[in-house]
Ligand binder design. Structure first.
Ligand SMILES: *Cc1c(COP(=O)(O)O)cnc(C)c1O
Length: 388
């Protein structure tokens, strides 16, 4: 038997190494990876610049406690704040942890500023995914706590796209609305800009904090550094992780000065969060993403790929009924079973990820080339031709 707790239904693929957009098995078999470790390896595998920066830092200092100054962490925080609405960053190690910090910050905000012991309710949406810790699970829907004999109060879930339901859920104890600007696990649903605007207005009118979960859709995945930047509005708090350090565990919760100020000494912490090794990689990721032609290439490749997918969907409407998403967070809405589609793509030596709503999720590295797009489009076509 395996000694690993059996929480994952694992495929029997074993990868030995990766290079760019490809993963390799020990026997040399090569897979085009359109999963990227679930939106993590946005700069591909074995990137030389990232390796070099990681090795340099590894030789100097891996870890020191957050009770000391960490200059590279200051640098990364400053760079992140320059890229979005935020004034403060809290570094942690994962998406779920960045959600936990967001929950604490939002609830503490009203505890401190209004001396409120009851304004703690957080509204979330069906189809959302926020992580696996107890608070993050509750945010993803209270039914996810079934089987754990655990009650986590203070969360209310509203149907995605149900405007009236959202209005009805708001009351004087609503502290925050938490939403993914693009749902990943739920099936690659893009929240329209009008809805982002509407949410901001609703929050302002009702003294509610707006939290965006950009763990999956952040860091240029959607074609903007953060997906909310397709609109002109700003959240009060934002959670990030996944692509932030291309696979080195790192997460970051960002917030405004006004909200972040309530988190005084001792109110939150993390042993590893933002340690020198993690932030060295985080800074190196931004070095590459902020290069002049990075976004240009991404825009070119993602529009090319989207059009190619639309062609396939037009040709094989019995296989793919709709193409969803933005940038390189894309979803194929399958007519038949999405799990079979993922398996058949795997037989074509292409990796993809299933999502909710019978969708196949495509999350290739953002460094994808046109040639690799063509290869992917061919493989997807073959699966459709075979009748899935
Ligand atoms: C993956 C994900 C999380 C959880 O991240 P972990 O690093 O697995 O804890 C939270 N929110 C969204 C939107 C995600 O995609």
């Amino acid at each position: 038997m395996s000694n690993i707790l059996p929480t994952y239904p694992r495929s029997n693929l074993t990868f030995e190494y990766g290079k760019g957009s490809y993963l390799f098995e020990a026997n040399g078999d090569q897979y085009l990876d359109f999963g990227s470790g679930i939106a993590v390896n946005s700069l591909g595998y074995a990137n030389e610049y990232l390796n070099e920066k990681l090795m340099l830092q590894a030789q100097k200092l891996w870890h020191v406690s957050n009770v000391y100054q960490i200059p590279e962490q200051e640098t990364l925080a400053k760079r992140l704040c320059d890229l979005c609405f935020a004034d403060y960053v809290f570094f942690c190690n994962s998406g779920a942890e960045s959600i936990e910090a967001a929950i604490k910050i939002a609830r503490r905000y009203f505890y401190v500023t209004e001396n409120s012991k009851t304004k703690n309710e957080i509204i979330t949406f069906t189809g959302s995914f926020h992580g696996r810790t107890l608070g993050a699970l509750a945010a993803g829907g209270l039914e996810k706590l079934d089987g754990f004999n655990t009650a986590v109060p203070g969360f209310k879930q509203v149907k995605y796209n149900d405007h009236d339901g959202l209005l009805a859920a708001i009351n004087k104890n609503t502290a925050a609305i938490l939403i993914e600007p693009i749902q990943g696990e739920g099936g690659v649903s893009v929240l329209p800009v009008e809805c982002l605007n509407g949410l901001r207005k609703l929050c302002d009118e009702n003294n509610i904090l707006l939290i965006f979960d950009e763990v999956q859709c952040g860091f240029l995945r959607s074609g903007k550094m953060f997906a909310y930047q397709w609109s002109d509005i700003k959240p009060d708090i934002m959670t990030t992780a996944k692509a932030i350090a291309n696979g080195f565990p790192l997460g970051a919760t960002m917030t405004t000065k006004k909200v972040g100020e309530v988190m005084n000494h001792g109110t939150h912490g993390s042993t590893y969060g933002g340690n020198p090794l993690a932030v060295a990689v985080g800074n190196a990721v931004l070095d590459l993403m902020q290069k002049k032609d990075f976004l240009e290439n991404l825009e070119k490749v993602s529009s090319y790929f989207f059009l190619g997918l639309q062609d396939i969907s037009n040709k094989y409407p019995d296989s793919i009924s709709e193409i969803r998403g933005k940038g390189l967070i894309l979803g194929l809405k399958c007519v038949k079973d999405n799990i079979t589609f993922v398996e058949e793509l795997r037989q074509q030596k292409m990796l993809s990820i299933k999502a909710g709503d019978n969708v196949v999720r495509l999350l290739p590295p953002l460094t994808l080339s046109i040639k690799e797009c063509d290869e992917a489009l061919n493989k997807i076509t073959k699966v459709c031709q075979a009748g899935n």
